[in-house]
Design a binder for this molecule. Structure first.
Ligand SMILES: CC(C)(COP(=O)(O)OP(=O)(O)OC[C@H]1O[C@@H](n2cnc3c(N)ncnc32)[C@H](O)[C@@H]1OP(=O)(O)O)[C@@H](O)C(=O)NCCC(=O)NCCS
Length: 168
């Protein structure tokens, strides 16, 4: 099989090699990806976004959407919003069969790069206190816990941890 590697920079390519990936594509999601995102949402996130919410992100000028593809298959994606110099990572997810091979971390690095390229001074996110795996990849990328929002999630009143990574 041909090795197809379209990455924004060498740093990401090297990181992908370190985690054993030799074939992936990173690119912004476009409207042609909406159907795939909608079908993956409930598989990736226990409380995934509705069709209307996904579609509205594609209309939002503040939205930044990145996908990671294995061949033509959408394997994971991330939605963020940029407001002035702050970058808010809303979600990041990888399809179940492809978890644990580094795609999430490569995608996260691409999000960080995008935030920096757009001149953000800080990237922040909220994550469920119980979501230790996500916290692990955020911490590995340099995020630190800066606060808590008790009862933030309406479905189970779970606390959200606020994590931030400033760009110096
Ligand atoms: C969080 C998430 C995006 C990580 O994606 P991923 O591609 O599996 O992540 P990676 O393979 O890059 O790294 C996962 C890390 O957790 C570790 N890990 C531990 N248990 C694991 C498991 N059951 N599955 C996958 N990784 C596991 C891996 O070893 C790796 O750590 P390491 O780099 O120190 O070895 C993915 O688990 C996911 O989509 N979760 C559901 C959605 C979610 O909770 N998103 C975050 C909040 S919006």
């Amino acid at each position: 099989m041909n090795v197809l590697k379209l990455v924004p920079n060498l740093e990401l390519a090297q990181q992908a090699e370190q985690v054993g990936l030799n074939e992936f594509i990173l690119r912004p999601l476009t409207r042609s990806d909406i159907a795939d995102v909608i079908s993956l949402e409930p598989q990736i996130f226990p409380r995934g976004w509705s069709r209307a919410l996904v579609e509205s992100e594609f209309e939002n000028p503040c939205s930044v959407r990145l996908g990671i593809f294995l061949g033509l298959e959408l394997a994971g994606y991330s939605f963020s919003r940029i407001v002035e110099d702050e970058f808010n990572l809303l979600n990041i997810g990888v399809k179940l069969p492809h978890r644990g091979i580094g795609l999430g971390q490569v995608l996260l690095q691409a999000v960080l790069k995008e935030a920096q390229n757009r001149g953000s001074t800080v990237i922040f996110l909220e994550v469920r206190e119980s979501n230790k795996l996500a916290q692990k990849i955020y911490q590995k990328a340099g995020f630190r816990i800066t606060g808590k929002r008790p009862s933030y999630y309406s479905d189970n009143s779970e606390t959200a941890l606020i994590m931030e990574l400033p760009f110096l």
